[in-house]
Design a protein around this ligand. Sequence first.
Ligand code: ASP
Length: 300
Amino acid sequence: MARGRNGGTARVPSLIVHGGAGPEPADGRDELRDGVRAATDAGWRVLVGGGRALDAVETAVRVLEDHPRFNAGRGSALTSAGTVEVDASIMEGDRLQCGAVAAVRRIANPVTLARRVMDDGRYVLIVGDGALSFARSVGVAECDPETLVTDRERRHHAGAAKTPVGGGTVGAVALDRHGTIAAATSTGGRRGKLPGRVGDSPLIGCGTYADSTIGGVSCTGEGEAIIRVVLGWRALDYLKEADDPGYAARVAVDLLVEEGGGQGGLVLLDWRGRTGYAHSTPFMPVAWMSPALAAPLVPS
Ligand code: ASP
């Protein structure tokens, strides 16, 4: 098989997952941490079984899309019209193949739809009703949109709950044994957003990026600010310069705050599998796993 960039070089696998940057949750911090731990476990099983980084990030993100506490898939934030419209993207860093969907309704696992866009290969980003038609054409099941709406989000929409929820956008970055890096991000977007609003998560270079010679990244936070500074790509540029994932993550988040004028966070890993993360918000659940660890590490 033709491979480019880093792919094909044997590496030790690594995976990092986030569950969204946001305010301190009013309740259920442990539930959110358990969620990212379970997603990391699921993705890790793919990697240790010799699976691809792309399958690992898709698997990890699907776990959180199915989890009602996170703002992705089921549990997504509602638009001002009380509907769910989701955004997602996925990318592999060998041949820079990527796929994304935005402002799409009736899809429970948008990361899988993004993967189908990538695998199809004709386009990078498909939006709205076009994305739904594409889903039908490739056999991705449509769901009853009501099944994506949780009581928690319904209460928020009705103005009955003012406390922060804490579970946010979800994302994952993985390095597989073949040296390929992949990244994916999925979100319901901002609460009360105008129908049709699209954030950073489905935009390659903003919410998600992967280059197997450098690393991969998934971002979360104020999408408009993340787009302004092209945060995903900038984080990898810092990583290339500094060769230090923790430092690159911190400098990128500083850029988001200082130049983008917004708050948020990101997770990344480099071509060696070293992970890093940073956030300017009070809370961002994170978990990561490598062969050196007995179980996913979930910082408190
Ligand atoms: N970045 C997402 C968006 O703006 C939201 C988030 O990460 O919380 O759509």
